[in-house]
Ligand binder design. Structure first.
Ligand code: GCW
Length: 675
């Protein structure tokens, strides 16, 4: 078998090599771009939509021997897992479930694209998590909160009668990486989503996604009974409220028998919740859990709360949720953001992980780059999520969710490289042990055919770019543990000087950097807010000691004098300057790498990335100049001689005011006009 499909691969490579002009690509095919020369024979055990999809995918993309799909439970293979082996001149895919066979088909195609000569005789795959869920922050008016790739995919006005082709393309892309759930609407939820009219629309999507193994979930507004049916209260212990939710859940399941359940943001950033009625988060979650339980639905209850119960925002979720450990129903999962604040370019892990011994937890990652340059900057996020897994054992989690970066843009995610984050999220949710390198290898090979070009270095160069990209963003935005230095409102550019009269202090950058003549950083050690004490002893000891605390978390946990000696002998100020400079130099290097890829990448995607890298370059300098010139006022020290000099002045940058539609550092001419 190997020799025959290798031959085909050769023919393909030759064809690619001899084709003088590469086809323009708009990115809409994502990583699913393989096409077979002739349809292979595929045998399925019975007729079903899911198996038909699996067979069609193989006929469209598989270059090797005939394939046989078998529905059978095997030892060591879970319900959604599968095995792939070669037997009697065939490739045999086996799983206990139809969805498992669909995953096997996609996996086979992935092996063909990424490791054609190099996969074992038998492959067994089992998912790390039973729930691998995308969270859409999509509003019913089709805006997307923190979305940077166009409008919401869900055309609520046209649903349920008109179904866009993109719905199925979306389901296919998700299934190809093992995502099996989608929360359709924003956690800042409109109660309207639970109205009967909207449920019919949701039903239409659920019917489309079902053959791809994807269940639908909804974010719900805790005050829905009051808004939709004018109940006088949403108190979770009130019998009328309890009846309301039971009836609503019954209605949902009559339309969508495999409905997944609810995601809830309660008593956070102005959302209603049980605390409005003097009840706890557990009371609220259990109300919904009881209603869903007869249908095996679940509640994902978010721990993203920060009512000012303590002077340090980083401590608040732990303070509120830890005492509730063990009081939640068994079908409640607490959904916790990876870090204790809010999806910053770098955060230590949230101390809630490990602290809730009797409550299932799921991690919430943010795929959309709210704080990492939106869809303008390349920031490959697998290394960030793997960093989290260094502290939080993947097996300690019940499930994993990712805030989607998908919209109506032709290429789905805005930046061609942003699709790598959707891909990486799915792959890590399927197998949390995969390395960032391996995922980048897969994505690049499938997205840009990097292994099939005549260039000996293209693949490794682009992989290097991806792997270095998130650290570069951290360096030019907020190195050494700095966090939340974003401009008011848009979370894009730098504004460490921001001061909005009357605003919540913990929404102001100065609350986090605390720069003064003595030094910079938030003292969360035993001499400060004592947030370090929320971690297990061994980690607490590490974070608490300014000399042992890892550099990357230093200013997260400590207020450090400007002349503090870093492990390499430089002062804190010098080190800060060098990190910012390093971030800028990295982006310059990315530009060079990308420009050298020009002969091997189709024109459309090449030019788009090239243009975006120019924006990223301007923004990196904006960040470096803005932050360093501002902090220098307190450090009162010169820039190290070997560092690239600022090209802006602080006054100039303080005058920058960005409109929502203009997220990038203004050009020098625009800056002049703003004066
Ligand atoms: O990161 C913050 C965002 C809000 C978001 C909130 C949350 C959906 O700025 O836009 O609201 O977190 O996670 O609930």
């Amino acid at each position: 078998m190997v020799s025959s499909w290798r031959r085909w691969l050769w023919v393909g490579c030759l064809w690619l090599a001899l084709t003088p002009t590469m086809q323009a690509e708009d990115g809409s095919r994502l990583w699913l771009r393989q096409s077979a020369v002739a349809a292979v024979e595929v045998e399925i055990p019975k007729q079903s939509q899911t198996l038909q999809i699996a067979a069609d995918e193989l006929r469209k993309g598989w270059l090797g021997q005939p394939v046989s799909l078998r529905l059978k439970k095997e030892k060591g293979v879970s319900a959604e897992g599968f095995s792939i082996c070669r037997r009697e001149g065939k490739v045999v895919l086996t799983s206990a479930s139809e969805t498992g066979l669909l995953y096997a088909a996609y996996h086979l195609l992935r092996l063909q694209a990424t490791a054609p000569d190099n996969w074992p005789d038998e492959v067994i795959e089992n998912p790390s998590y039973p729930l691998r869920i995308l969270n859409h922050w999509d509003n019913l008016d089709r805006t997307v909160e923190r979305g940077y790739a166009g409008r919401s995919l869900w055309d609520w006005e046209a649903l349920p009668s008109t179904l866009s082709d993109r719905y199925e393309a979306y389901a296919r892309a998700n299934a190809s990486i093992g995502i099996n759930g989608t929360v359709l609407n924003n956690v800042n939820a409109s109660p309207q989503i639970l109205s009967h009219d909207y449920l019919l629309k949701v039903q239409a999507l659920a019917d489309l996604f079902r053959p791809y193994g994807i269940r639908v979930y909804l974010s719900v507004n805790f005050a829905s009974p009051m808004v939709l049916d004018h109940l006088s209260t949403a108190d979770p212990l009130n019998p009328t409220v309890i009846r309301w939710w039971k009836a609503k859940v019954k209605e949902i399941y009559s339309l969508i028998p495999d409905f997944g359940g609810f995601l809830v943001k309660a008593n956070s950033e102005g959302q209603p919740g049980p605390c409005d009625f003097g009840r706890s988060h557990a009371d609220g979650a259990n109300l919904l859990a009881d209603a869903l339980q007869p249908y095996h639905g679940i509640v994902m209850w978010r721990a993203f709360v920060y009512s000012p119960s303590d002077a340090d925002r980083a401590k608040q979720a732990y303070l509120e949720f830890k005492p509730l450990d063990g009081t939640f129903r068994s079908n409640v999962i607490i959904q916790v953001k990876n870090g204790p604040i809010d999806f910053q370019p770098r955060e230590p892990y949230s101390p809630l992980f490990g602290a809730m011994q009797h409550t299932p937890l799921m991690a919430e990652f943010q795929i959309t780059q709210e704080y990492l340059g939106h869809s303008n900057h390349i920031a490959y996020l697998a290394p960030m999520w793997k960093e989290f897994f260094r502290f939080v054992a993947p097996s300690s989690l019940k499930a994993i969710a990712g805030v989607s970066n998908i919209g109506t843009d032709a290429n789905w995610c805005g930046h061609p490289f942003a699709a790598a984050n959707w891909y990486a999220f799915g792959r890590l949710a399927w197998n949390a042990e995969l390395t960032s390198e391996a995922i980048a290898d897969e994505w690049l090979s499938q997205t840009f055919d990097t292994r099939q070009t005549a260039s000996p270095t293209l693949h490794t160069d682009l992989r290097h770019l991806m792997l270095a990209s998130r650290e570069a963003v951290v360096d030019y935005m907020m190195p050494l543990g700095l966090h939340h230095q974003f401009a008011w409102g848009h979370h894009y550019g730098p504004e460490p000087w921001c001061d909005v009269p009357g605003a919540r202090p913990d929404w102001m950058p100065s609350y986090y950097h605390k720069a003064n003549a003595d030094g910079i950083g938030f003292d969360r050690s035993h001499t400060g807010s004592q947030a370090t004490a929320q971690y297990p002893d061994s980690i607490a000891a590490l974070f608490d000691d300014v000399h042992r605390c890892p550099d990357e978390y230093l200013l997260w946990f400590h207020h450090v004098p400007w002349n503090h000696r870093m492990p390499d002998g430089s002062t804190l100020w010098e080190s800060l300057c060098r990190h910012y400079d390093q971030g800028v130099q990295q982006v310059r290097a990315f530009q060079k790498i990308w420009d050298q890829s020009e002969p091997y990448i189709d024109r459309e995607r090449f030019l788009q990335v090239q243009t975006l890298l120019k924006t990223q370059m301007r923004d990196a300098i904006w960040w470096k100049d803005g932050c360093l010139l501002y902090f220098q006022q307190y450090a009162d020290m010169p820039f190290p001689a070997d560092m690239e000099r600022p090209i802006h002045t602080l006054d100039e940058l303080k005058r920058v005011k960005l409109s929502i539609s203009n997220y990038e550092c203004p050009t020098p001419e625009e800056l002049n006009r703003q004066r």
